[in-house]
Design a protein around this ligand. Structure first.
Ligand SMILES: Cc1ncc(COP(=O)(O)O)c(C=O)c1O
Length: 283
């Protein structure tokens, strides 16, 4: 079955889907996006993702291409046309097409593109059972990492560096030597006393929806979390490390900068949280 994309009001074959060369997303990365997981037909964290998309657009004074209600209808249609039961939906909004000039155009109409793809829960499970490696790299991004912008060049460079080092992800660190977040994930650690730690949200990181959902589940289970920045040094000496995102869910990390964390196996707390999150997605 061929994939179908939504582009500015039309459902078109994925291979033919296109936007104008003067779309400001293409010219300036003047756009925002969301990636929403779907598990067994259930959209996970839809409200959080839609709210964050609107927040990103508002922060950039970008007009919404449509109201949230119609957008949710398009999202469901894209999923239906692509027969996605478990997978991801990608939504991108840009400031639209206008002659190339840096200031906001007066009359451009925001562009909206959506695609959906299938993913395998089993593949994620396998990866999680083994754990992954991360490297640490300087965070060279701008000061508004809270906006989910398509301007991802520093993230791409970090992820490529991880790939070349044989790792899954790059955790970035700020000028104080504290971990901000991964190139496309939020970072967590468990210290030697068993305390769960993740960085509080501000402009230095994206407020991950998976992170927020996991925090809520932890609260429901009366499990304590310390919201504070932690250093590269603390990360390397952690008892456990894991990361969260809409595509990786809760993913144990077993190696940092080539050195094992604990005994080099996914830790018990990370594994428990992975199960808790899986249950939440599947029920
Ligand atoms: C920089 C960054 N941090 C964190 C995340 C995780 O956010 P979420 O859980 O909403 O997918 C992402 C996801 O793409 C990201 O790009």
């Amino acid at each position: 079955m061929s994939r179908i994309a939504y582009v500015n009001g039309q459902y078109v074959p994925h291979g033919e889907a296109a936007v104008h060369i003067e779309d400001r997303g293409y010219q300036f990365a003047d756009g925002v996006y969301e990636v929403i997981p779907i598990v067994n037909g259930k959209m996970i964290g839809e409200k959080g993702h839609i709210d964050r998309l609107w927040r990103s657009m508002n922060e950039l004074k970008m007009d919404a291409p449509m109201d949230p209600g119609p957008m949710k209808i398009v999202m469901r249609e894209v999923l239906r046309l692509n027969k996605v039961e478990t997978g991801l939906i990608y939504i991108q909004v840009t400031r639209g097409v206008a002659p190339r000039d840096h200031p906001f155009p007066d009359d451009a109409i925001s562009s909206l593109v959506m695609t959906a793809k299938k993913t395998s829960l089993e593949a994620a499970e396998k990866k999680a059972e083994k754990g992954v490696g991360v490297i640490t790299v300087p965070d060279i991004r701008w000061e508004r990492c809270d906006i989910k912008s398509v301007s991802l060049l520093p993230n791409i460079l970090a992820k490529q560096q991880a790939k070349e080092a044989g790792a899954y992800e790059a955790f970035q660190y700020d000028e104080d030597g504290n971990i901000t977040e991964g190139s496309s994930t939020n970072a967590w650690m468990v210290d030697q006393d068993g305390t769960l730690i993740t960085r509080p949200t501000n402009n230095s990181i994206l407020a991950g929806i998976t992170r927020a959902e996991l925090l809520e589940l932890l609260e429901q289970k009366n499990m304590k979390v310390e919201l504070r920045a932690f250093s590269v040094e603390e990360l390397r000496n952690a008892r456990e490390v894991f990361l969260t995102s809409s595509s990786a869910y809760v993913q144990p990390v077993v190696e940092v900068d080539g050195k094992p964390i604990g005994n080099g196996q996914p830790g018990s707390i990370s594994s428990e949280l992975r199960h808790i999150f899986k249950d939440f997605m599947q029920n």
